[in-house]
Each structure stands twice: as structure tokens, then as C-alpha cells.
Design a protein around this ligand. Structure first.
Ligand code: SF4
Ligand code: SF4
Length: 124
């Protein structure tokens, strides 16, 4: 169980097994911001040079890089979410935005959004 001060919930990641990546997809296109260090780590992990990696997996939005999402069965999902297992294919080097989920400032303000999305969080 992961606890994090200042949030009104606890996170139990064991539930992710049955969820299959709901936080990595959505009805609308979303932004998964990635910085230069993370880009380098991911491209190295995938054994690609950075330019090819960016071309294949990232796009620029208002001068910031985001990981691409793809449309599957009417839903947008992160390009690194495996369709077969529902797991992250780059889990060990996923960007900070993923590693800090669900402890995002946004969910302090709008906890209901998180409770509707994630079965691994429980009220304290
Ligand atoms: S939405 Fe919650 S339970 Fe589902 S994969 Fe993401 S963190 Fe795990
Ligand atoms: S990088 Fe991995 S954890 Fe992050 S949104 Fe994509 S599939 Fe999910």
C-alpha cells in the first residue's frame, strides 16, 4: 500500500492487475508530457536513436513533447499500452507523469474524477 501525505486517499497498486490500464486511456485525447531525460531513457530502453524515437512515439504540442496516443475501439490510449496484456510496455522507464499517478495536484482538487477512474484508490 502506498501512502502519500496531503491526499485524501491511499493507493493499492495490486488492483492494477484487473484494471488493465484505465489511467492510460480515455474518451478524449490527453497529454503525457515527457522531458529530454525521459526521452533519452525511453529511446535507449527501446534501442532507438532519439530522432527516430521522437518521430515514432512523440508529438509537439505548444512547444512541449507529449507521448502519442492511438485510437482503439473508440478510445484514445497511450501508444505504450499493450493491447494484449493491458500493461505498460515501458513500465520501468515510464515518464514522471505516470510514476506520480494518482498523486497529482489535480486530484486534490477533484478527487471524484480519480475515484471514478481508478479502482486502486481508497478513501483514507
Ligand atoms: S486506473 Fe488505477 S487501477 Fe487502473 S491501472 Fe491505473 S493506477 Fe492501476
Ligand atoms: S507510458 Fe505506460 S504508464 Fe504511462 S500512460 Fe503510457 S502505458 Fe500508461
Amino acid at each position: 500500500m502506498t501512502l502519500n501525505n496531503g491526499f485524501e486517499f491511499v493507493f493499492e497498486p495490486g488492483a492494477c492487475e484487473e484494471c488493465k490500464g484505465k489511467c492510460c486511456k480515455g474518451e478524449k485525447r490527453s497529454y503525457l508530457w515527457i522531458n529530454e531525460d525521459e526521452t533519452e531513457a525511453l529511446s535507449r530502453y527501446l534501442n532507438m536513436n532519439i530522432d527516430d524515437f521522437k518521430k515514432q512515439y512523440l508529438y509537439l504540442f505548444e512547444k512541449r513533447w507529449s507521448v502519442k496516443d492511438i485510437k482503439v475501439n473508440g478510445m484514445y490510449q497511450c501508444v505504450f499500452l499493450s493491447g494484449e496484456t493491458g500493461k505498460c510496455e515501458v513500465y520501468d522507464v515510464r515518464p514522471k507523469q505516470c510514476r506520480t499517478y494518482p498523486f497529482w495536484k489535480r486530484f486534490k482538487k477533484y478527487p471524484k474524477e480519480l475515484f471514478d477512474e481508478c479502482i486502486a484508490v481508497k478513501k483514507k
